[in-house]
Ligand binder design. Structure first.
Ligand code: G3P
Ligand code: MG
Length: 247
């Protein structure tokens, strides 16, 4: 793996300017010059991977209840944009497949964060992997998770797909831990930038990316510490297309 420049990945899309994890946020991220898009995945009652951060739809739609209690079709009745601003009232919860169809012709990669830490969705790894394969996106995805078991299961499905272990805390024996999970990259919280773990990762040539970086000063720190990429709510701050702003 070789990262020539620091990758700019839009966190839940350009989520500072549009409702997180919606098509509007993804379109804006592309316009702002992001290299990739980070999004979060849960599974519906009818086993469809959908793009939403929480286990429950309450915070980001006008409905309430756990994602896993609804079919994909039932979820479509909810407005996933008005909580952010009335002008986004047409946004709906997207399926991962709809997102794949959108991203396919574009020059963007995708970081799929599998939200399997709280609710265990049986077979979610197989379902997501099958979709990736159907769309031929094996070389354009990074799968990340706070749950090492999810990464382990993903590694069993594909020997080379990029797998990132998410962590909010620093830990020792990072090489061993990555070897055990099958992950090849770390995605770490920005407050860990000065930790011993970052020094160890640089020492052992373990690539890492940093979330959530919304300040130029933190971005500079990331570059100084050799981060392969950052995950940001504001791709407009760091990409080449700095002229694209949202009013
Ligand atoms: O993937 C980085 C970041 O998205 C992890 O935390 O809660 O924003 O999904 P969260
Ligand atoms: Mg996430």
């Amino acid at each position: 793996m070789f990262f020539a420049v620091t990758q700019i990945i839009a966190h839940r899309g350009a989520s500072k300017f549009a409702p997180e994890n919606t098509l509007a946020a993804f379109q804006l991220a592309e316009k702002m010059g992001a290299d990739g898009i980070e999004l979060d995945i849960h599974l519906t009652k009818d086993q469809i991977p959908v793009i939403i951060h929480d286990t429950d739809i309450k915070r980001t739609t006008n409905g309430r209840g756990f994602v896993q209690k609804f079919t994909y079709k039932e979820l479509q009745q909810y407005d996933a944009g008005s909580w952010f601003s009335e002008r986004f009232s047409d946004e709906r919860i997207l399926s991962l497949e709809e997102f794949f169809a959108w991203i396919l012709p574009k020059d963007l990669f995708v970081n799929i964060e599998m939200k399997t830490k709280v609710i265990r969705y049986p077979n979610i790894e197989k379902i997501v992997f099958q979709l990736i394969r159907e769309y031929g996106l094996e070389n354009r995805v990074i799968i990340s998770s706070f749950n090492p078991h999810t990464l382990y299961r993903m590694r069993e499905l594909h020997p080379n797909i990029e797998l990132a272990l998410l962590s909010k805390v620093a830990f020792r024996n990072i090489q061993q831990y990555l070897a055990d999970t099958g992950a090849n990259v770390m995605h770490i919280k920005s407050r860990l930038l000065s930790s011993r773990m970052v020094r160890a990762m640089n020492h052992h040539d373990i690539p890492f990316r940093v979330y959530t970086v919304n300040r130029k000063s933190t971005f500079k720190q990331c570059v100084d510490k050799n981060a392969a990429g950052i995950i940001t709510d504001r791709p407009d701050l760091f990409s080449m297309n700095e002229t694209v702003h949202q009013n």
